[in-house]
Every structure is written in structure tokens, then in C-alpha cells.
Write a protein that binds this ligand. Sequence first.
Ligand SMILES: *Cc1c(COP(=O)(O)O)cnc(C)c1O
Length: 406
Amino acid sequence: MSVSGFAPSVADAFGAQTTSNTTEIELIESLARRYGAPFLMLDCDIVRHQYQALKAALPGVELHFALKPLPHPAVVSTLLAEGACFDLATTGEVELVRDLGVPADKTIHTHPIKRDRDIRDALEYGCKVFVVDNINELEKFIPYRDEAELLVRLSFRNPNAVSDLSKKFGCSEEGAYAIVTRAAELGITIRGLSFHVGSQTLDADKYVHAINRCNAVIRGVAERGLPVLKVLDIGGGFPVSYDDNTVDIDSFCAPIRSALAELPAAVAVIAEPGRFIVAPAMTSVASVMGQAERDGETWYYLDDGIYGSFSGILFDHGHYPVDALYWQGERFPSVLAGPTCDSIDVIAEKIMLPKLNNGDLIVGRMMGAYTSATATEFNFFRKAQIIVLNEFMHDASLAPVVTLEV
Ligand SMILES: *Cc1c(COP(=O)(O)O)cnc(C)c1O
């Protein structure tokens, strides 16, 4: 088996096969000895690489990392050092970035439905840009009209996305005009429009359509003599490769770049990528707790499962490449199950696996987005700990300079 985007298979000195390179095998084994399975390896070099790749694919677009898929301090500080901005949705996320020293003017708050307390918590931090998609929500900002500025979120349905984020949130174009009109009456500033085409959107035309419609609304608002809109937020949804269908982000974004070029020159564009930045950055490592033969298949029970790091199988329709760390010889039809006593706790059925021993390590790839973030401790199985790799810049010139007193 080969996993796209990773080091090609190598055979180690004993002729074993693996999807890892020998350095990675040594690293995983030493971490397993030191910390014990299960764990997740978070590689900040990959976070950095993903951010730079999307930045290059969307020149001039300000990227706000959406914390939701992996709200981890190391991700925030890595991205902050890269110059990223942040997309927050809850007070917990506000506190996380605030405690890491993220300047508030690098953040926006994009939950379309908020309590008064949520608005005040964000404003106290200094985050001033919020999202609304209806008049009821707009009116919550009457007391804050001197400080807060709003984006109006539009809905563009996308039933093919992994998660169609325009079903639960977003208004129609007519709804957007109504909100902009009412905001002008109330003296509330509308800075622009936003949308989210749906997570893991593999069809760039969804963005193109949404950008074109927003372009029409931005022009329509100006034609109606309403206050001019200055921002378009094209949301998240940018896809990653979970299988051999490799996504090339630069060519994926080409039609998006063309659509953005049609916007009035004064419109600033921002995006809220989540999954794209973190999905490839985490690798899960679990170990075999026990095994049984059932109906001609071997069931391997791991110390991580559906209620833990693999929760995205349920919540995010996830299909993560999983395999033994290394193996020799034949493969057999097998089942990979999680540790809890619940029958739903199965990671993969009809998977071809080598003969495994208790204690052998199983590696899951592309496990950074919507995995540990939605994990539980059901049945008292503790969540896999996250082990951070490459958190600091390799470039020595950027390392803090220590001056010794003579
Ligand atoms: C979840 C979410 C994101 C991130 O979406 P991805 O598909 O992970 O890129 C961005 N913006 C908002 C408002 C979200 O709810």
C-alpha cells in the first residue's frame, strides 16, 4: 500500500514493508516506548507547509485559520509565526488565542448565532468582526454598533460536500439585501459578505459560483446606494487527499483566483481554512490490545477507536488511511476495532492486514482535522495524547538570541 503525499515505501534491513521511512519508524517506536500508545504526532512543519501552500495558491487572500478542526496551542503559535490570522467561533477559542498572545486585530468571530455573552467576551479581547445571517442576530449588535463590524453570511447549498455548511447557516441574496438595509437604518456597520461552501469541497466551481453571486450582491448594494461592502470572506472547505486522488491545491484554486479577479478592486478577500491546514499534520499511533478470530476474520482491538481519535469516522465521514507500522508476508481479511465495550466502536472492516501481534503499532494518516477535537473519554479510555514535533523554526536566524552577561 502506498499513501499519497508521504515518503515512498521502503524496505528495512529485515525486508519488512512499511508506508513510513526508516527515520519515521524509529521516531514512532521511540515515542511509543517513551509515552505509550495511543498518541497523535502533530508535525508543525506540515502545518507551516500547508499554510504556505494555500497562501501561494491564493495570493492576496488573508488566511484566517479556523480553530475548530484542531484547536491546539502549537498550531496557533506555528501559524502566528507564519503571519496567519485566526477565525474564532466560541469563547474557548477566544481564550486560547488570547493566552498565546495573538493580537486581536488578527482575528474574526464567525459563529452566525451568538449569545450576548459570546459577543462581549470577543469584544473584551478586541475581536471586532462578527458574522450574522438574519435580522434577529443583527439586532443583537445594536448595543455594540460603535465597536463591532459585521459580515453577512450567505448560503450556497452543497449536498456533495462532506459537511454542507450552508444548510444550517447562511441567508439568501434577498435576505442579505434586507440585512444590509436594516443595518444602515440601525447604524450598524456591515463590512462585507461571507460564505462557507462546505467542508472538503472537491469542486472548485462551488467557490466560483458563490464568489460570482457575492460579487453581484456587492455591486447591487452599491447600486442601491447602501453603504459600500469592502470585504469578501470565502470561508473554509479547501480539500486534502485522504486517498490516492491527490488534490493539487494550486490547480484547485486556479478558477477561484479568476473569479476573485472579477471583484471590485477595493474589496479585500479573506478565507477561513481549517481542514486544509491541519489534516495532513497529525498521524495517529495505536497499539493492538488483543485479538480474536470471528467468522473467518481476525479482529484486532486497538487502544484508540471511534470514541477517541477516530471519532471523525462518525462526525466527519472520515476515511483515514490506516495500516500496520511495518509488516512481512501475506495479508488477511481483518477488522480493526476500538477499545470500548460498544459494538459501534469499529474503525475498519474488511481491511487486509498482515498477521499482527499484541502490542504491534497501527498508524493512521491524515488525522489532523476533526479527530482529537471531537474525541471523548467514553468508557474511561483516555484520549490519545498529542505529541508536538518541529514546533520551532529551523531557521537559526529566527531563534531567540541569548546574550550572556560578562
Ligand atoms: C468549520 C468552519 C471553518 C473551517 O472549515 P474547513 O472545512 O475545515 O476548512 C471555517 N469557517 C467556519 C465558519 C466554520 O464553521
